[in-house]
Design a protein around this ligand. Structure first.
Ligand code: NI
Ligand code: MN
Length: 226
């Protein structure tokens, strides 16, 4: 499984020859827009955690160019289906076996509305069980006890957690979340994009290190292999 960071919560995931794109927000991200050309991105599926603009901005354009299927909660799926895009609607606690692996839509504590005010259902995260490697994409969320349910069914190899604070968990809560999901290997996301979520990278890494955990922060376009 190869994971590429495109800024904010945008991720490219290659698993079993399938290309997943998570929360594409690139053309409007001052950190990403000059580095990543959205027309160059491959996508068979676009996974959307919730409807906020910093997660869905480029979803429609990329889905229309690639023919990708949007996977999200029911309300978000219907929003894109009305725009002529293929969708796979899910809701919290539900799993589906795709050809690349199993996806579960899990609880996140946050809000979810489109930029035009349309209701975006309840926000979520994804647990992806693929090719011998399992990951958790928390999406935008507060620290929540529901995270403790995840390791009861899935042994994670990587937890992708927001660390920017203000709108989501900050570093201290993300360290507790890493305990809750029983995964010490964390990829930090949702930081630095706006003034409200700027973080001190070395201080964040040191806090994880002091808790015997590993926080990875990738540059825009940088990848890791699991
Ligand atoms: Ni959000
Ligand atoms: Mn967000």
């Amino acid at each position: 499984m190869k994971i590429t960071f495109y800024g904010q919560n945008s991720l490219g995931i290659e698993v079993s020859g399938t290309h997943l794109l998570v929360d594409p927000f690139i053309s409007g991200n001052p950190l990403s827009k000059d580095k990543i050309d959205i027309s160059s991105l491959q996508a068979d599926y676009i996974l959307l955690t919730h409807a906020h603009q910093d997660h869905v901005l480029d979803a429609e354009a990329i889905a229309k160019k690639t023919g990708a299927t949007i996977v999200s909660n029911f309300e978000i799926a219907m929003y894109y289906q009305e725009r002529g895009i293929k969708v796979h609607p899910m809701n919290h606690g539900g799993s589906w076996k795709f050809e690349f692996g199993k996806v579960k839509y899990v609880i996140a504590h946050h809000t979810s509305s489109f930029a035009d005010g349309t209701y975006g259902g309840q926000p979520g995260g994804f647990v992806i069980e693929g090719e011998h490697k399992n990951i958790y994409i928390a999406g935008d969320t507060a620290l929540t006890m529901d995270m403790k349910l995840i390791p009861m069914q899935t042994k994670l190899d990587l937890a992708i957690l927001p660390i920017g604070d203000n709108f989501t968990m900050g570093v201290e809560d993300a360290i507790i979340a890493s305990d809750f999901v029983a995964c010490d290997k964390v990829l930090g996301v949702h930081y630095d994009t706006f003034g409200f979520i700027e973080i001190d990278h070395s201080a964040a890494k040191k806090k994880f290190y002091d808790a015997d955990k590993d926080l990875m922060l990738l540059g825009i376009g940088e990848s890791i292999e699991l």
